[in-house]
Design a protein around this ligand. Structure first.
Ligand code: BEZ
Length: 387
């Protein structure tokens, strides 16, 4: 009996001593909340692929911890977003959430992450509020703000001599914010936005709007669509013959990951984005090669953002030796990091949004080729962020 008690006591103290080590080796639960169905399905898949590629390159571990995935298809549906994110937080008890694509869904996720102090990495959705009024020490973005990608296009279009533009987009947070930012950049350069046209997300009945554009006769069109919607819009614009008379511009989502399906209709379109297919840097070449090898697919901006979300998580976790509960040290490491992205190295703003070069790109064949750097090291103004 005595011997048994001694053995039990020894075992207990051995386990106690091993506590931190056991903790460090427990799997890190990563909740992946992305659209795997609907108009943004291909974007969700590319982000997921990119994230997993980086993790695989690190031997399946970040900060010494093996990764276990918990996946939710958010369908790009804001009405289901709170329930979906709460499945990951309350049911699966994940350590970190990676998501999502749609700005409306991302805002619900940011609220849940703030309320529960769950770590959140946003690998696409540009909702300005996420790194604006909703900014938080536990929320990071590896992609862009809606302001960043569209403001740059306004500046470019004005510089190219356009004076009278019409905008056309889906009516939801990302569309509204991109049009507002485009307008800011365009008006600063002396341009005027004649009409702001839109249709509900994710509708693709563009005909009446194209007729309106033809009748208004602007000298240019600024448009935000992405995924399946972008494919249909660019094809419809060309089929209506508008591409011959009124040049179409937009943030790069209009032609990224879509060129195979858009074919001839996309040729020559100019867009602004923080990535391009022809960067030709050793870092990007290595990434592209690895991505093609792993997935037999060409990477796009979404794949890069997923890859960088994993890199960012890895940087934070390495600094805290895998203990993601050390929030302040995790954030401090990322705030001073230079992230070695395929897009070009970037840093994070105080609001945790990338400060990055915005490229002007032109569609040539199946590629978005770099024309020039439109704006160097563009930082989102982070309006309303108090951190
Ligand atoms: C958004 O909703 O923020 C978004 C979706 C697709 C591409 C870019 C932005």
């Amino acid at each position: 009996m005595n011997r048994r008690n001694t053995l039990a006591a020894l075992l207990a103290s051995a386990l106690l001593a091993a506590g931190p080590a056991v903790h460090a080796q427990a799997k890190l639960k990563v909740g992946v909340m992305l659209p795997f169905t609907g108009t943004f399905a291909a974007l969700g898949t590319a982000i997921d692929n990119g994230f997993k590629l980086y993790v695989q390159e690190q031997g399946g571990r970040l900060g010494g911890r093996e990764i276990e995935y918990f996946v939710v298809d958010d369908e790009s549906d804001p009405a289901k977003a709170t329930d979906n994110v709460n499945k990951l937080i309350n049911r699966d008890k994940v350590d970190v959430i990676v998501g999502t694509v749609h700005s409306g869904v991302a805002m619900a996720m940011a609220k849940a992450a703030r309320d529960s102090n769950t770590m959140l990495m946003v690998p696409n959705a540009g909702a300005d509020a996420v790194t604006g009024p909703m900014c938080a020490p536990n929320i990071f973005r590896s992609s862009f703000s809606n302001w960043q990608s569209a403001y740059a296009m306004g500046v470019v279009m004005a510089k190219r001599g356009h004076k009278r533009a019409v905008s056309l987009t889906w009516k939801y947070a990302a569309g509204d914010e991109m049009v507002a930012a485009f307008k800011e950049g365009f008006e600063k350069g002396g341009g005027q936005v004649l009409k702001q046209l839109n249709l509900p997300f994710p509708n693709v009945e563009f005909q009446a709007l194209l007729t309106d554009i033809a009748a208004t006769k602007p000298d240019s069109v600024f448009s935000f669509f992405a995924g399946g919607g972008a494919v249909k819009f660019v094809k419809d614009y060309a089929a209506a013959g508008l591409n011959k008379t009124i040049p179409l511009y937009g943030p790069g989502f209009l032609t990224d990951g879509t060129l195979e399906a858009q074919g001839d209709s996309a040729q020559g379109i100019l867009t602004t984005l923080h990535y391009a297919d022809s960067l030709g840097t050793p870092r990007d070449n290595a990434f592209r090669l690895a991505y093609v090898k792993a997935y037999k697919l060409q990477p796009d901006v979404y794949a890069v953002q997923g890859y960088d979300a994993a890199q960012m998580l890895g940087i934070g976790l390495a600094a805290v030796k895998g203990d993601i509960t050390k929030r302040a040290e995790f954030a401090a490491a990322l705030e001073k990091a230079k992230i070695d992205s395929p897009r070009g190295a970037f840093t994070l703003s105080k609001a945790h949004n990338p400060v990055q070069d915005i490229y002007l790109r032109k569609v040539e064949g199946k590629q978005n080729k770099v024309v020039e750097v439109a704006i160097k090291a563009l930082a989102d103004p982070a309006r309303g962020c108090k951190m």
